[in-house]
Design a protein around this ligand. Structure first.
Ligand code: NAP
Length: 301
């Protein structure tokens, strides 16, 4: 069966696009390789989405998922491995089948950037984590570290400081990329210590993490910090190589497009964090979803 719009990714951008697509009367399938919601599902608290004063990332994502599916979008949990094009007709190929469609919206988001140091993979799940909301509770009354200086790191550190005995916030600079309000909230916490201008050089521990070695970038001094948990929050990297034949990728792997969310291929659009853009926020992901879906509808009409 020919689908009007196939959306790759059930994060905020993809599900927002689905809402706009089905409300415009189009048939919509959303493919997701993991769980719905994308990155926001791991955010403990959202306070900056216009019109919603406070909500957890999980509840936000669930609301969005239910809104899209109840309006008529179909969500399939299959991994998209490529797109084939024959004239205007496209076929989205997944690990479970092939789906012909008239247009595609790529909303693949981005995945967590690893530290890239020795033993990181081995200790993941044994003290090293990329999700404070998922794994934080294992570290109640324990000492942990968060690495990063963006909103994710700041929010993770704040969240963990509510039940961990101590939180070290390790950041490679002395200024934060994330919101000042969160920085101030962390400064007011007696169990949070800022370790600035520092990078993590080594992970300690045999079967489980027992500490990290950080290097002061200014003095070169090394310091061992004993922690049982390390939450890595140093940003994201996109994963768009499967679509390299249809779209242009920039040097970091993001899909090149302007605010109109159009790619170089007719009928293929892009929305959210996987697109080249300067502001990657929940609000801009939702905005991209609406723009890409309406552009797809215009293309179909
Ligand atoms: P981000 O804003 O890209 O910040 C990544 C942080 O990690 C930066 O402070 C960066 O340092 C540091 N970093 C990058 N590579 C590193 C490395 N190899 N080693 C050590 N440190 C490294 O990432 P994010 O915090 O995950 O946020 C991603 C996007 O989502 C942002 O646009 C953010 O605003 C948004 N977000 C929004 C909310 C919300 O609105 N509630 C919540 C979470 C995230 P430098 O600063 O030195 O570059």
């Amino acid at each position: 069966m020919m689908t009007d719009i196939i959306i790759v990714g059930a994060g905020t951008a993809g599900l927002s696009a689905a809402i706009y697509g089905v409300r415009a009367g189009k048939s919509v399938i959303v493919f997701e390789s993991e769980v719905y919601g994308g990155q926001i599902v791991n955010t403990p608290e959202i306070e900056n989405y216009p019109g919603i004063k406070n909500i957890s990332g999980f509840e936000f994502a669930t609301n969005l998922y239910e809104q899209a599916t109840e309006l008529g979008a179909e969500v399939k949990f299959e991994k998209v491995i490529g797109i084939e094009e024959a004239g205007a007709e496209k076929t989205v190929v997944t690990d479970q089948g092939s789906y012909p469609c008239k247009s595609v919206i790529l909303a693949t988001g981005a995945k967590n950037r690893p530290l890239g140091i020795a033993r990181e993979v081995e200790l993941t799940g044994a003290g090293v984590s990329y999700c404070a909301t998922c794994d934080g509770a294992f570290f109640r009354n324990k000492e942990v570290a968060v690495n990063g200086g963006g909103n994710t790191a700041l929010e993770d550190a704040l969240y963990l400081s509510n039940f961990c005995s101590k939180v070290y916030l390790i950041h490679r600079r002395d200024a934060f990329r994330g919101e000042e309000k969160q920085v101030q909230a962390l400064k007011n916490k007696s169990n949070v210590e800022f370790v600035l201008n520092a990078t993590i050089k080594e992970l300690l521990g045999e079967d489980r993490l027992s500490g990290v070695v950080v290097v002061d970038k200014l003095t070169g001094e090394e310091r061992q910090i004993p922690v049982e948990g390390l939450f890595v929050a140093i940003g994201q990297i996109p994963e768009n190589t499967a679509f390299a034949a249809q779209v242009t990728l920039d040097d970091k792997g993001y899909i090149s497009a302007q605010e109109d969310c159009r790619t170089k291929s007719n009928g293929i659009f892009v929305a959210g964090d996987c697109r080249t853009k300067t502001v990657r926020q929940l609000a801009t992901a939702a905005s991209d979803g609406a723009i890409a879906a309406l552009a797809a509808c215009e293309y179909l009409n």
